[in-house]
Every structure is written in C-alpha cells, then in structure tokens.
Design a protein around this ligand. Sequence first.
Ligand SMILES: [Zn+2]
Length: 272
Amino acid sequence: MSKLTLMAVFAHPDDEAFGTGGTLTKYAAEGCDVYLVTATRGEAGQIAEPDRATSANRPFVREQELRCACQIYGIHPPRLLDYQDGQLTIVNQGQAVGRLVRVIRELRPQVLITFGPDGIYGHYDHIAVYRWATIAAELAADPGCFPEQLEDVCQPHQVSKVYFRTLPETQIEAMAEEEGKPAAVMMDGVPFYFAARPEDDITTVIDVSEYVEPKLRGIQCHATQVGRNSRFSDTPDEVMGEHWFRHEHFALARTTLEPPREVETDLFAGLR
Ligand SMILES: [Zn+2]
C-alpha cells in the first residue's frame, strides 16, 4: 500500500480552517501526506482589520496567511490555482477540471475532501470548486481523459473516497441560539445562511480534540478575516471546549469501497 495521502480542495484561504483544520492537522501528525489546493488568493474577501491589508496587497497578505496556516497544520505548502476570487463561475470550467485532474494524478490521494453542492452557505466559488473537484476525482482515473497529461510522469489515478465538508444541523442550531438569529455569513451586507446537513447524511465524524490548539492557531493565521474582537482571537478556552470545534463532520460522497454501515471515525477507514 502506498503512503496514505489526503488532498483537500477549497476556494479561498481560510475555507479549510474552521471545518477541516483539525482533520488536516491530525492526519499530518499521524504521518500522512496532506495537501491543500486553494483556487484563489481570497483577494475579494472583506478585511476585518483594515490595518492588516490594503486592497493592493490583499492577495499577497492572504496567501501569506494561508502559508502560515499550512505550516501550523504541519501539511505541505498550499497549492494555488491562481484564479480570481469571486470569479470561479466564469473561468473556463474544462481547463479548471483539467488542472485538478493533473494535481490528483501527481499527488495520488486515496482520500479527497472538498465542498458539497451546498457550498456551506451557497457561495458560488465554493459550488464551482465542488463541481470541479468531484468531476476531476472521477476523470483522473480515466486514461482517455486528458491523455496529453499521460505523456510525462503523470499516470491515471483512482481516488478511493471523496468527502464533502458538512455542517450538522445541531451545530447550526447552536450557532443560531448563541447569536439569537439564524447563522449566516455576511456578504456585501446580506446574510447568506449556512446550509445544515441532517444528522443522517453525516457519514464520518473526526475527533480533533487533540488538535484544537493548532486548529485555533491556523484560524488565527487568517488575521485579515478574524477580527481582534472575534471569539477566535487569543486562546479562548470556551471555543476550544465546544463540541463542534472538537469534531469535524463529513459526508462520504463517492467511494470505490463498500459503503460504511456505521458512522466512520477515520477518513481512511477501509484503506489501511
Ligand atoms: Zn470561501
């Protein structure tokens, strides 16, 4: 069996932090090869603290924040697809899929994690990445697809499991209760509500209790996004103690293995 390899594909720096930072850290700590592919530098993101970046240097600053986070997680440096933030629905979709097919064939992950069709809160960039990554995972195994890639070292590769990052209903309800209103991400002054997954859809729960400190420090690397007054600044014990922070939830979307009969606690279940 070749080395266990995990590849995550997201749209923006910080997309990995809240829902998968603990998982990336855990598998890196266990000796797996862990890669993060990020489609943009997040230059369209709103800046929580204006002194941290200008609109001119925002792509550079956010890339550095992502590099900082990857170091904290102990994973490989991020791979950037270099697309423009906010523009993923209008780039050439075939080319974007081809680029991801190539990365999959090169890194050869058994497990791939990405967004589900809900895009967590319906962000168009997230939904575009969901489509590219799920299509690419399928095409990477097919030698008839992008055959020009096979002329060099790049060979077809079958991803064994594709997971969607998910937010369970209970978490969304807890967030709503805490804030006294439905949980949402504000974009251009408008609330985009989080999409909750029913508990039954969640196939896999990763206990990241041992890794809450690096997870929090990874979040804090994204300083332009996490304001100084945020509940994630400093080292808030109440955040690190919360159940949702200590567990990360996934839905197994595609697998070449037997579907699991009970809730998995390991993304590589059946592959070890
Ligand atoms: Zn995002």
